[in-house]
Design a protein around this ligand. Structure first.
Ligand code: CTP
Ligand code: MG
Length: 181
């Protein structure tokens, strides 16, 4: 596969894990997952992790994976790239894993004394892909093995922080997100 093909496959395969965070920002609010509880003198997760944001984010990722499967033949033709189809289990684990990664990062942020919204470089940019891929690898190892060869994995690791900063920067500029990270 050439570089363009590798980048196209990396973005295509990760889109169901990319979109949940953005959907959660738009849909967030309501009851926090930790119910306001603290661990020691700090919040368990904080008000930035809500049931609604998590549910809508996961649903958005799954819906996108369903749409991508439908678009795949036409997109593969137009782009001249062999694109992966998402098995049902991968749809759920990519989307839900992304949300779990983000929630786990908030847990770590609170434990390390970072307030809600504080930046946690590297963790903020990669938490969701690491957990999304790990959960998916447990659920559908053969699909992950076939789809994520080393070049695709390296592309994901390099491209994800850039895309994350770009989309969050746009969301901040539009006034829908409180911080640009
Ligand atoms: N959000 C949500 N539920 C989630 C993730 C995000 O409701 N599971 C919404 C919240 O409104 C949150 C916003 O999306 O404030 C931005 O998400 P994020 O940057 O991940 O949260 P922060 O508010 O920055 O909190 P933290 O420091 O814990 O990451
Ligand atoms: Mg934040």
């Amino acid at each position: 596969m050439d570089l363009v093909g590798t980048v196209v496959v990396a973005v295509w395969a990760m889109l169901p894990a990319y979109v949940p965070n953005n959907a959660a920002v738009l849909a967030g609010g309501g009851r926090p997952i930790d119910g306001g509880r603290s661990l020691g003198d700090r919040r368990l997760l904080g008000d930035g992790k809500t049931w609604r944001g998590t549910a809508v984010g996961t649903a958005a990722g799954v819906a996108l994976a369903v749409a991508l499967n439908a678009l795949r033949p036409a997109a593969a033709d137009a782009l001249g790239v062999v694109l992966p189809a998402f098995p049902p289990a991968a749809m759920g684990t990519l989307a839900f894993g992304a949300m779990v990664g983000d929630i786990a990062a908030s847990f770590l942020k609170r434990r390390t004394g970072r307030r809600r919204g504080a930046a946690f470089p590297v963790v903020d940019q990669l938490d969701f892909v690491v957990v999304a891929l790990a959960l998916t690898a447990l659920a559908v190892p053969a699909w992950v093995g076939d789809t994520f060869g080393l070049p695709v994995l390296v592309t994901v690791a390099v491209l994800t922080p850039a895309l994350h900063l770009l989309t969050n920067g746009i969301a901040y500029a539009l006034g829908v997100k409180d911080e640009p990270w």
